[in-house]
Design a protein around this ligand. Structure first.
Ligand code: PGA
Length: 224
């Protein structure tokens, strides 16, 4: 199975800052089995489009739960697809907390993305693994990438134990038997390899903000 290294830049970076980030990051190691995905803000996707040739996959951090149409402020899956976006994070705990997204909203977003052949990276914490799975068809469950993201570990500098990630992955596999399972929550260049022992990849935010640091992390993951 492929390995995924995802950078979630959240609401960080201006265009000049992301340009500098690319210069720091350089060219990722070419490892056929490792997909490196960068998810910046919508406004920065054009910059990434120009850089795709160097082996980065374009990701988005969110998508509308509606198709194209009169939905002010929303970015539809079709608009992401036209741009060359191949992956999209959905259901991140920050979206659930600050934007009050529900399992039902997330399920609609997954339907929109899959209709455009964009792979959803579905973020799940333990309290809603089962409830989210219930709202998805078998086909949808097989088409997503799961990112297990325990809320307490996000942005805290305190990742959880590899043993616990392994346990939760086993539970998640009951609902998502064939989906790749990533771990996210204070992953950095010092601990990324441990998580790769029990997952199919990592989702990184804080440690992705510095291009050089993220390049070192990617190199470790690709060599693992
Ligand atoms: P972190 O965030 O790497 O800063 O802990 C992970 C995430 O929110 O996806």
């Amino acid at each position: 199975m492929k390995r995924y290294v995802v950078a979630n830049l959240k609401s960080n970076k201006t265009a000049p800052e992301l340009t500098a980030w690319f210069a720091d990051f350089g060219v990722p190691p070419q490892a056929d089995d490792t997909e490196v995905i960068i998810a910046p803000s919508f406004t920065l996707l054009a910059l990434l489009q120009a850089d795709r040739a160097v082996g980065l996959q374009m990701g988005a951090q969110d998508v509308s739960s509606f198709p194209l149409g009169a939905y002010t402020g929303a970015v539809a899956a079709q608009q992401l697809a036209d741009f060359g976006v191949r992956y999209c994070i959905v259901g991140h705990s920050e979206r659930r907390q600050y934007f009050h997204e529900t399992d039902a909203d997330v399920a609609k977003k997954i339907t929109e993305l899959l209709s455009l052949e964009i792979t959803p990276i579905l973020c799940l914490d333990e309290p809603y693994i089962a409830s989210q799975a219930q709202l998805l068809s078998d086909e949808q469950r097989a088409a997503v990438i799961i990112a297990y993201e325990p809320k307490a570990a996000i942005g805290s500098g305190r990742s959880i134990s590899v043993g616990h990630v392994k346990e939760v992955s086993a539970v998640t596999k009951k609902d998502f038997p064939t989906a790749p399972i990533l771990y996210g929550g204070s992953v950095d260049e010092t601990n990324c390899e441990e998580f790769l022992l029990v997952t199919n990849g990592v989702l990184v935010a804080t440690a992705a903000l510095d291009g050089k640091e993220f390049a070192r992390l990617v190199a470790k993951c690709a060599a693992h």
